[in-house]
Design a protein around this ligand. Sequence first.
Ligand code: IVH
Length: 685
Amino acid sequence: MADRQNKDVSNLTKNQAEKEAQRLRQQVEHHNHLYYVKNHPELSDAEYDRLKQRLADIEEAFPDLQTPDSPTRRVGAPPREEFGTIEHETLMLSLDAVTSEEDFRHFWQTCLNELDADKLTVVAEPKYDGLSVELVYANGTLQQAATRGDGRTGEDVTDNVRTINEIPLHLRPAKGESTPRHLVARGEVYMAKEEFQAFNQRREQAGAKTFANPRNAAAGSLRQLDSHITADRPLHVYVWQLAPGSTGRPDTHWECLQKLGRLGLRINPEARRMSDSDEAVEWFKDMVRRREELPYEIDGCVFKVDNLAAHKKLGARSASPRWAIAWKFASHRETTRIEAIKAQVGRTGALTPVASLRPVHIGGVEVTHVSLHNQDEIDRKDIRVGDHVVLERAGDVIPHVVEVVTSKRNGTEKTYHLPSRCPSCGGPVERSEGEAIARCMNTSCPARLRQSIQHFGAAKALDIDGLGEKLVEQLVDRGLVESPADLFELEKDDLTPLDRMADKSAENLLEAIERARENATLPRLIFALGIPHVGRAVAGKLARQFGSIEALAGAGEEELAEMPEVGTTMASAIAQWFANDRNRKLIDRLKDHGIDPRARKADDKLEGVTVVITGELDSMTRQETKDAVANQGGDTTSSVSGHTDYLVVGQDPGNKKVQDAKANDIQQIDENQFLDMLGRKGGQG
Ligand code: IVH
């Protein structure tokens, strides 16, 4: 076949060309299906490209052989002036939604009552957050594709849909399945989460407008007058209905889905058929837990009565059927108003604009403030005081502003600019060339001092238990602490006059400071100093490379920049930090207090490593385990995420953690392997 591929197409007679084009179309579609739908390619990319190129060459040489349903059209068709409209054969209904278990059970019971039945079978599916489309196949060939529109008529997006590789241009009946004369499949076009991130990043780099979420990106991509643009967008589809009027429609929704799958359309393997409402509730709860892991966004689950005859009996309201319900997740998004914007000063002097919000609950948490990051971000999103904004808080992620609801503006909104003087000390604020961050330049600014003291005692730094925000504020405001080194000179009498500081808490704090002094490792100390840009992982690398604070302080910018993890910006920040007299004094004073750790080989074994522990260990308590990991520069966290490196599995481990580790491909180790890792050979000793 390779020979034939290379043969010049101009040697072909029209007849030969037609036959070959037909064969090539079938081959390309077959391999397309194996690749995109089955996830099981049989050809290399190059072989597949050769087939497609040969077909394109023939179609170019013999223009009358071009067909609208050729796989070559997947790259796009000539642009349109405007979308045509397509009338749906049967209404494309929407879904009624519930948000509580009680309402879901009510739906279940109503179906039972209306059907006068004692058992109900439903199909549960994820509710994809995308854009619905209707695909019409005539004798197996994709004839037209339309958006939902108003449910009666939608926009004609046939050219665009043809560019989506997962959508077969011709149905591909599996063995024993025949091609239906007329088939209407409905489903959701979506963009996967990771592909959306990458796509947005590319747009940002190219200076193009970014999309607020995968749904908008999918909708924007499908509704392009030039389908070449759609062809370049990473779109996917899951079909969720075989519409009424299709030939040979089975009796149940479940069978319909299976049939759609056997015809080469993409159905979701998460779909489940069930006959028990408790099982349905459990399935929903499991989806809530697994939602973040799914590669695509869903905003709830859909439950559909399985038996299609029952659909007729149950009927529909004006816009939604009575035989289906969407059980929506508690929203990750809410709209609220920005009451004010204030600049907060961080330990490096960075001014962060923070918006105070009209309080709003998102996913069970009250949100009152949101960081707007920097001036560029405010300008890019055109955020003004008084604006209504859409906030999003996904999973454990810190809330952020997705977009401004400009339609809610009434003209009283005020633009915001970061101040040119520090709101804490009145010192000058500067923004260096090319930097997004504006900074207070006064090194003794009290706001900076408060933040740096707090950072110094943070869990990942010197870990001074009890050194909270309110306490630090009092220590700084009363002039008791002007440098982190002052912490080691505090006495009980300094502390007891402070608010909420009884004898016992003062003693506890002094003990915690003493423990921090004794346990300070080099990676922790370097991180605690708060050198701009130096995070926990880099601090570990610097500790290993230089072995002591003195050696690090003596390192030149060039030497630092040679480290692959450092680079020029960080190298200059480090060198500048150590060149500052105040900072040198701090190092000397810490040394006077006995804080001058050296990198011990064992110190940073776990540097940059994050460990989660589940179950009981024989040889250590939970706290001892955490300390052991921390002493070697590692971190322990309470739940498994993509950032976890190891799950240590003890006795009676938690199911969820083990499952999460499996789902995230995270290495699981037992107690002995863990002890080995800590360098405590032999396990038990
Ligand atoms: S069934 C009559 N199933 O949700 C049946 N819809 O809010 C109507 N959607 O317009 C739809 N995933 O765009 C169905 N598994 C799913 C779905 C789904 C997402 C969308 C669809 C629909 C909207 C209704």
